[in-house]
Design a protein around this ligand. Structure first.
Ligand SMILES: [Zn+2]
Ligand SMILES: [Zn+2]
Length: 310
């Protein structure tokens, strides 16, 4: 098994992609972002090991974020390999590529969060280049979770872990006690929760962590950073972090009603880059939705923006 860190043009410096030997050829897990340095890194590493493009005969995406799927279209063409991903992720990707490459609910989410127009414009500018990484893809296999793939590591089982993205998957080797964790478990980073209208994505994330806690895992191979151990401790800590965040939100709203945008301002005290501000808004929305379903908070509309109350 080969792990390759491909460079990324953001704060998060690299994304790991993995080549796993199959009974014939190789499986590629994730594709990196569509940049020339990322392509060159992958090409050189394969050449060094005598692996040709055509030796890759299966590509799997853990999820459709640009750092994981950006180069997929190019690699599918070079390798001729079939693509597999979760059906919910394929559907999510379709909803983006069939429109203007933005989340269909993005504008509404900014409006309801009370994001000021100049900040929205800045966020748009930053995202427009990244959106070039979204390509309409035609997966030839759609997972729903529980599928087994024969590899040199023994069978790899598909584990559906919604939360960071609706059709995110991890791959688990029961024999080797390995987990390809995608962005679901990252050592020193709290994975962002993707708010979706009408869904409790935080609950989906926490539930999927519980499913992972039940698995035997000696080594986690995350998409960002080095391999590490101790998934149960990480899950307990991350679950605690979200509970604490929920408590913090309730107490801040107890002080005074606020919009999601105003919550970001008080919760993150430091100045966030436009991209991180976007993720922070969605993170707060996911927590507010979770608390709303528990009957702990509610909102009132103020000129289109939602003001949250306890
Ligand atoms: Zn991601
Ligand atoms: Zn990622």
């Amino acid at each position: 098994m080969l792990s390759l860190a491909l460079p990324l043009p953001f704060e998060l410096e690299s994304v790991n992609v993995f080549l796993v030997a199959l009974p014939a050829g190789h499986l590629l897990i994730d594709c990196g972002m569509e940049t020339q340095p990322a392509f060159e890194t992958l090409r050189a590493a394969m050449e060094e090991r005598g692996i040709a493009w055509r030796d890759i005969n299966q590509i799997i995406l853990t999820h459709m974020h640009p750092d994981h799927m950006g180069m997929a279209a190019r690699l599918l063409e070079l390798t001729g390999a079939p693509l597999a991903m979760h059906h919910a992720e394929a559907e999510h990707l379709r909803s983006i590529t069939s429109g203007d490459l933005r989340l269909p609910w993005l504008q509404e989410a900014y409006l309801q969060s009370g994001v000021p127009l100049p900040l929205e414009t800045k966020m748009e500018q930053h995202f427009s280049a990244i959106r070039e990484n979204f390509h309409p893809l035609q997966p030839s296999r759609l997972f729903s979770g529980g599928e087994q793939l024969e590899t040199a590591l023994g069978p790899l089982e598909v584990v559906w872990t919604s939360g960071h993205s609706p059709g995110h998957i991890c791959l688990h080797s029961r024999e080797q006690k390995l987990l390809f964790s995608g962005d679901q478990i990252l050592e020193n980073i709290t994975p962002n929760i993707a708010w979706h209208p009408g869904r409790d994505m935080l609950a989906e994330f926490l539930d999927s962590l519980q499913a992972l806690a039940a698995l035997d895992i000696d080594l986690i191979l995350p998409s960002h950073g080095e391999p590490f151990s101790g998934h149960r401790a990480w899950i307990a800590e991350t679950t605690g972090h979200h509970q604490q965040r929920c408590g913090e939100i309730v107490s801040l709203l107890g002080e005074s009603p606020r919009t999601a945008h105003q919550m970001v301002g008080v919760m993150w005290r430091r100045q966030l880059s436009p991209i991180n501000h976007h993720f922070a808004i969605f993170e707060v929305l996911a927590h507010l939705e979770h608390l709303k379903r528990q009957g702990k908070v509610y909102h009132r509309s103020q000129n289109g923006a939602l003001e949250w109350h306890v």
